[in-house]
Design a binder for this molecule. Structure first.
Ligand SMILES: NC(=O)c1ccc[n+]([C@@H]2O[C@H](COP(=O)([O-])OP(=O)(O)OC[C@H]3O[C@@H](n4cnc5c(N)ncnc54)[C@H](OP(=O)(O)O)[C@@H]3O)[C@@H](O)[C@H]2O)c1
Length: 316
C-alpha cells in the first residue's frame, strides 16, 4: 500500500520537474531506488521550490518596465526564468521602474538585464536582440507585450498617430519576431502576444483595437509559419486591467464606471496564462488567443450596468 503511494507520488514529481533538470536520467534512477523515497522526494520538492519550472530559460518581455509586462516578468522570474526587461523611454520613471524590477528579480536569485529599445524601430530591435543574446546567451520566451496608442476616435487621428499605431503595434512585433527567430529556433522557444478585447469589440476612442485584431491574425500566421522551426506561437487577450493606460481610458469611456469590480482582471492573472503558454503543459495549443477576462466578453446585455446608469440619471 505504502509503496504504491510513493510510486504514484514519485511518478508525479518526475513528470513535474523532469523538464527542468539537466540530470534528468540520474534523478529518475534515484527515484527508482526503493530505499531513496524520502530523501529523493525531499530533494525534488526543495529543488523545485528553489529553481522553478523555467530554470535556465531566458524570457524577453517587451515593455516590461510597468503594468502587465512587469507582472509577466515577475511571474516568469518566480518560475525560474532569467529576464530581459525592455523599456522605451530613457531618463524618466519608466527607466527607474525598470531598474527597480531588475534589482527585485536579481533578489530572487535570477539573472536580469534591462535593455532600452523602441520596438517600432527595426535598428533598435536588432540592437535589443543582439544585446539580449550577448548577455543572456539564449532566448526561450519572447513576450510581445509593448503597446502604445493615442486615445482618439478614428476620424480625429493624425497621420503621425496612425503611423505610430502601425509602427509600434504591428510592425514592432514583427520586427521582434524576425530578429528573435534564430535564437528561438535553437531552444524550441515560445512567442506569446498580448492582445485585448478591442480586437473584437468596439471601445470608445480606442484605435489600438484594430491593431490587436491584426495581431490575432498574425498569431495564426506565425504559429503555422514557425511550426517547422518548433517555435510555438499563441496569445493572451486580456479583459480590462487597471494599469496606467486604464487611467486615460476611464476618462473617455464613461461606461467603465458601471463595470462591476469582479470583472476587472489583475495583471498577475494575465501573467499566469502567459506562464502556462510558456510551459510544456500548453504543448497542444497552436496559434490560439486565450481570453482572460473573468467572462466580461460573454455578456452582451449587462443589466447591472444599465440599472446603475438609470439610477444615476434619475438621481435615485
Ligand atoms: N490595461 C488594459 O486594460 C489591457 C487589457 C488587455 C490587454 N492589454 C495589453 O497589455 C499590454 C500592456 O498593457 P499595459 O496596460 O500594461 O500598458 P502600459 O502600462 O501603458 O505599459 C506599456 C509598456 O510598453 C512600453 N512601450 C510602449 N511603446 C513601446 C515601444 N515602442 N518600444 C518598447 N516599449 C514600448 C512602455 O514603455 P515606456 O513606459 O518606456 O514607454 C511600457 O513599459 C499592451 O499590449 C496592452 O494593449 C492591456
Amino acid at each position: 500500500m505504502a509503496s504504491r503511494f510513493f510510486a504514484r507520488h514519485d511518478r508525479a514529481c518526475t513528470e513535474v520537474v523532469a523538464g527542468s533538470f539537466k540530470t534528468r536520467r540520474s534523478i529518475q534512477t534515484l527515484l527508482q531506488s526503493r530505499h531513496m523515497y524520502f530523501p529523493a522526494g525531499f530533494i525534488l520538492i526543495y529543488t523545485l521550490m528553489e529553481t522553478g519550472i523555467f530554470q535556465d530559460k531566458v524570457a524577453l518581455i517587451t515593455g516590461s518596465s510597468r503594468g502587465i509586462g512587469k507582472a509577466i516578468a515577475r511571474t516568469l522570474a518566480r518560475a525560474g526564468a532569467d529576464i530581459v526587461i525592455n523599456y522605451r523611454r530613457t531618463g524618466g520613471s519608466s527607466e527607474e521602474q525598470a531598474k527597480q524590477l531588475c534589482t527585485e528579480i536579481q533578489g530572487l536569485g535570477r539573472r536580469a538585464w534591462m535593455v532600452q529599445a523602441d520596438i517600432s524601430q527595426k535598428e533598435s530591435v536588432r540592437a535589443l536582440m543582439k544585446e539580449a543574446s550577448e548577455k543572456a546567451g539564449r532566448l526561450d520566451f519572447l513576450i510581445l507585450n509593448a503597446a502604445r496608442t493615442p486615445f482618439k476616435p478614428i476620424e480625429k487621428l493624425l497621420e503621425r498617430d496612425l503611423r505610430q499605431l502601425v509602427d509600434t503595434n504591428y510592425l514592432g512585433n514583427i520586427f521582434c519576431i524576425q530578429e528573435a527567430v534564430s535564437l528561438l529556433e535553437k531552444t524550441c522557444g515560445k512567442i506569446v502576444f498580448i492582445s485585448s478585447l478591442g480586437s473584437r469589440f468596439y471601445n470608445v476612442s480606442y484605435p489600438l483595437g484594430s491593431m490587436k485584431a491584426a495581431m490575432e491574425s498574425v498569431v495564426r500566421d506565425c504559429a503555422e509559419g514557425l511550426k517547422p522551426k518548433k517555435i510555438a506561437v499563441n496569445a493572451v487577450c486580456g479583459g480590462i486591467v487597471k494599469t496606467d493606460s486604464f487611467k486615460v481610458l476611464r476618462q473617455l469611456w464613461e461606461e467603465l464606471a458601471y463595470i462591476p469590480e469582479e470583472l476587472f482582471v489583475e495583471p498577475e492573472e494575465i501573467a499566469d496564462v502567459v506562464k502556462f503558454l510558456c510551459s510544456a503543459d500548453s504543448r497542444a495549443i497552436c496559434g490560439q488567443t486565450i481570453v482572460v477576462d473573468h467572462g466580461f466578453s460573454n455578456r452582451l446585455y449587462q443589466p447591472m450596468q444599465t440599472k446603475k446608469k438609470e439610477e444615476k440619471e434619475t438621481g435615485l
